[in-house]
Design a binder for this molecule. Structure first.
Ligand code: PBE
Length: 342
């Protein structure tokens, strides 16, 4: 809480928050900050999304949809080119996300010269996805699993024959150099931490259904004592030592960071959580300004960030295996491969 401010003012980091700028200054309850940020983002982005949609875009789209829907399903049918229908625009997330650079590369590799990717945020992207699905309109988003959108909607990854988005990804835990000596208890828990896509999904879905982020994570920890005790067994309690976690406000990382924060609190830590842009998250751990993060997607998504900062921090290995990134469309969109966007 006090640390929150100190941290926010730290030179260099300056909470390089494109997505989270609004909540950061006001928050005096650190735990609630990500929630606050998230809510504000959602509202803001909704406004943006609404505005965009109400300015012309929609008219064109509606016309198309209206014409087409008389004969075809939405999306990519012969004559109704999906590129034209969505103005050759992929709905992206925050500019610093690895999936955004991968998508830039995908445009090149697949020769999608007419296409561009809009930068927004996870919450704005899912909002646009929801709106498109409500209206059964075509949409292409940057997507990944684990993410609640796959349990909420019928979605599919577009095939990626050139493997631009890599094979399966793992999510790694990184800690600052020196943590093993200075905070051996936290180090051990973080080192032991390993869960599954289903576990993370339970927290994400609960948050998506409206439960407060911290509360959703608390419930999961309480209901999964067996697994959690595998991480904490034999670890000594501490007495209010402060530990700082950094993350990016992606739904997957909101879930994991809130969860591990509770586990650390339960053995006596006072935990702060700061949402940052991806680059600053890595930088914070590399410089030692933050103690740990559980949000590094490897081998591909954050490869460039590990190249920049990896030597100055410690990789504790995968906390979740079998994640995936790519371009995602609703099932009703009648294409199967990124090549079909050509
Ligand atoms: N993601 C979710 C991140 C990693 C976690 C796939 C949006 C990214 O692209 O950087």
């Amino acid at each position: 809480m006090k640390r929150k401010h100190t941290f926010g003012l730290a030179a260099g980091l300056s909470l390089g928050l494109l997505v989270t700028a609004c909540g950061a200054d006001e928050g005096n309850n650190t735990e609630n900050d990500p929630a606050a940020n998230n809510t504000e983002n959602t509202e803001e982005n909704n406004t943006e999304a609404d505005t965009e949609e109400n300015t012309g875009n929609n008219t064109a789209e509606e016309n198309n949809a209206a014409e087409e829907n008389t004969e075809d399903d939405a999306g990519g049918e012969a004559g109704g080119n999906i590129g034209e229908e969505i103005e050759y625009t992929i709905t992206g997330i925050d500019a610093g996300a690895g999936i955004m650079s991968a998508s830039d590369e995908a445009l090149e590799v697949y020769g999608l010269d007419d296409w561009s990717i809009t930068a927004s945020s996870d919450s704005a992207m899912t909002q646009e996805l929801a709106t498109a699905i409500e209206n059964e309109e075509p949409i292409v988003v940057t997507g990944w699993t684990p993410h609640w959108k796959f349990s909420e909607y019928d979605l599919k990854f577009l095939d990626d024959p050139e493997t631009v988005y890599g094979e399966a990804e793992d999510i790694h835990t990184f800690v600052r150099d020196g943590l093993s000596d200075e905070m051996p208890e936290a180090y051990e828990v973080l080192d032991n931490f390993e869960w599954s896509e289903e576990d993370m999904g339970e927290i994400m879905s609960s948050i998506q259904e409206g439960t407060d982020e911290s509360e959703a994570a608390r419930t999961w920890v309480d209901e999964n004592e067996d697994l959690v005790s595998e991480w904490t067994d034999g670890v000594e309690e501490v007495d209010g030592e402060e530990i700082s976690l950094v993350f990016v406000a992606w739904d997957s990382e909101i879930a994991s960071t809130n969860m591990i924060a509770h586990v650390l609190e339960d053995i006596g830590y006072e935990v702060t959580m700061d949402p940052l842009e991806a680059n600053f998250m890595f930088q914070a751990v590399a410089t030692g300004e933050a103690d740990a993060m559980v949000a590094a997607w490897l081998p591909l998504t954050h490869e460039h960030l590990v190249e920049d900062y990896g030597d100055d921090m410690e990789d504790l290995g995968a906390n979740l295996e079998g994640a995936r990134t790519g371009l995602v469309v609703p099932e009703y969109v009648d294409i199967d491969s990124i090549e079909d966007l050509q």
